[in-house]
Design a protein around this ligand. Structure first.
Ligand SMILES: *Cc1c(COP(=O)(O)O)cnc(C)c1O
Length: 505
């Protein structure tokens, strides 16, 4: 049967080698010749190309499919390795991780049980332990890899909810209607609250919904206007207010590296308050986790070792391919809140026989061996080299901040702690605020449309600002100043003929 020739196995090993080499050669050429982060293609143009492919008529041949892929995808993909990709928290990749990715795809372990993963389970455990040790969570720590910060945060919120209900039940000491009985849960769930800064990641709000908390369960805590860090006095105030109102704070979520500003909430002060109010502390270090390996800036995460749970996104500041993330907890027993035994997969007797599995800790079942990428990274280049790369982009952000600070054409929002810059083109005094907004958004659109650079935008105090997220050590100060010149030119042109472009907001 010809269809069998497409299966990857011993008989096709040589073709596997050839085909993957063909793809790798194609990408190598692409990387070597890509002169802009994006082609500027618009969705309508691309939809035509994508829609024209007849998915029921195969090309049958790898080289032909790669040729087609060039037109359908590679030509107009967004390239994060390019130094003028400055938009979101997407990093360029380190080679060892990409090699790991190739191995993951071909061996295809699944991280649920030992009989689907073998030693991969032990390797993931080593990397979770390594991460926990870097954080300083102590010897009872554990965790599990996830698909991303959103999932890690949701997992942490689930554990915080269950732990809060368990403790409430213990306190109530009335077995019949204890808070973790069905009736008790129904009564307590609507009173649960999560306190997090007003600029924390939206996945906290989403998690609260998924977890069946009240619509107003997530209480935004104000940040300091100058630093964009959570205000501990405001947190203390909210904790007190919740207690007085008979609400149970199931978690305080601190952010170590906010998505927009890279600001790091004051972890020691927040940890003190969590201790005082006996509340779960989750630290979302999806972005700031790169500091765990920084040779010069580890101190910025001081206090993170006091967290009950931590989110890390290796695919943001460890230069790993998507997906690679983990949730790490101080007390491994809490992971049991996500455990379910299925007769066919992970019966209790297996745990009794000490056959290790990761599915008992995970919200996923079938799961990629993403940890292998980090493994290869640590084994080939080592943690210091990763930290040095992250340090470089943090240094660059500080230099770029100075550049913006000295440039009368721009306002800059916050002095960066990590590697984001939020700024805006400042029009002549007297320019209408809406027009200033649309000039800035127009500049962003024009950069993308020409492919000169890809940058982001966000809203600060009700106005549109532009954003650079620096994660590429190859982004030079010259790349940044050239991009700023282009922003200014596009904005000025828009201000001269404001009606010329309608900008979607
Ligand atoms: C990116 C980000 C997340 C979400 O992570 P994903 O990997 O995109 O799901 C969560 N928190 C913060 C602070 C982030 O920057």
């Amino acid at each position: 049967m010809r269809s069998r020739s497409h299966l990857l196995n011993g008989a096709t090993a040589e073709r596997y080698h050839q085909d993957v080499s063909l793809a790798a050669a194609r990408i190598a050429r692409k990387l070597a010749t890509t002169d802009r982060p994006f082609s500027g293609a618009n969705p309508q143009e691309l939809a035509q190309v994508v829609d024209s492919v007849d998915l029921d008529t195969p090309l049958g041949d790898t080289a032909a499919a790669l040729d087609e892929l060039e037109r359908v995808y590679l030509r107009d993909a967004v390239y994060f390795h390019h130094p003028r990709y400055l938009a979101h928290l997407n990093c360029p990749l380190v080679l060892p991780a990409v090699v790991g990715e190739a191995v993951i795809a071909a061996v295809n372990s699944s991280m649920d049980t030992w009989d689907q993963s073998g030693g991969a389970t032990l390797m993931e455990r080593r990397l979770v332990d390594w991460t926990a040790a870097r954080i300083g969570l102590g010897t009872a720590a554990d965790g599990v890899f996830t698909s991303g910060g959103t999932q890690s945060n949701m997992h942490a919120m689930l554990l915080a909810r269950e732990e809060t209900l368990r403790l409430a039940a213990k306190k109530a000491r009335i077995p019949g209607d204890a808070p973790d009985s069905a009736a008790g849960r129904a009564e307590l769930l609507p009173t649960l609250r999560v306190l997090t800064s007003e600029i924390s990641h939206f996945s906290i709000e989403k998690s609260a919904r998924v977890l069946g908390l009240a619509p107003d369960a997530v209480i935004p805590v104000p940040v300091d206007a100058a630093t964009r860090r959570m205000r501990p006095d405001a947190l203390a105030h909210e904790l007190e207010r919740c207690t007085r109102a008979g609400k149970t704070v199931m978690a305080v979520v601190a952010t170590a590296g906010t998505t927009d500003f890279g600001s790091i909430d004051p972890l020691p002060r927040i940890a003190d308050l969590c201790e005082q109010y006996d509340t779960w502390l989750h630290v979302d270090a999806a972005y700031g986790c790169g500091l765990l390996v920084s040779p010069t800036r580890r101190h910025l995460l001081a206090g993170i070792e006091r967290a009950d749970s931590v989110t890390v996104d290796y695919h943001k500041s460890f230069f790993q391919p998507v997906s690679a993330s983990a949730i790490v907890v101080r007390d491994r027993t809490v992971l049991g809140h996500a455990t379910h035994h299925a007769d066919y997969l992970n019966p209790e007797w297996m745990a009794e026989k000490a056959i290790p599995n990761q599915v008992n800790k995970s919200l996923q079942t079938t799961r990629r061996f993403d940890a292998l990428k980090l493994w290869m990274t640590l084994r080939i280049m080592g943690p210091d080299a990763v930290g040095e790369l992250f340090d470089e982009v943090v240094d660059r952000a500080a230099q770029a901040w100075q550049l913006l600070q000295d440039d009368p054409r721009f306002d800059v929002a916050v002095r960066p702690e990590l590697s984001t810059l939020v700024f805006r083109y400042r029009p002549a005094p007297g320019t209408a605020a809406d027009l200033a907004d649309s000039a800035n958004l127009h500049a962003r659109e024009m950069l993308a449309a020409t492919g000169e650079a890809v940058i982001a935008s966000t809203v600060v105090d009700g106005r549109h600002w532009l954003k650079f997220t620096l994660l590429n050590p190859l982004t030079s100060l010259e790349d940044i100043s050239t991009t700023l010149d282009l922003v200014a030119q596009h904005a000025e042109r828009h201000l001269a003929v404001p009606g010329s472009t309608v900008v979607a907001t």
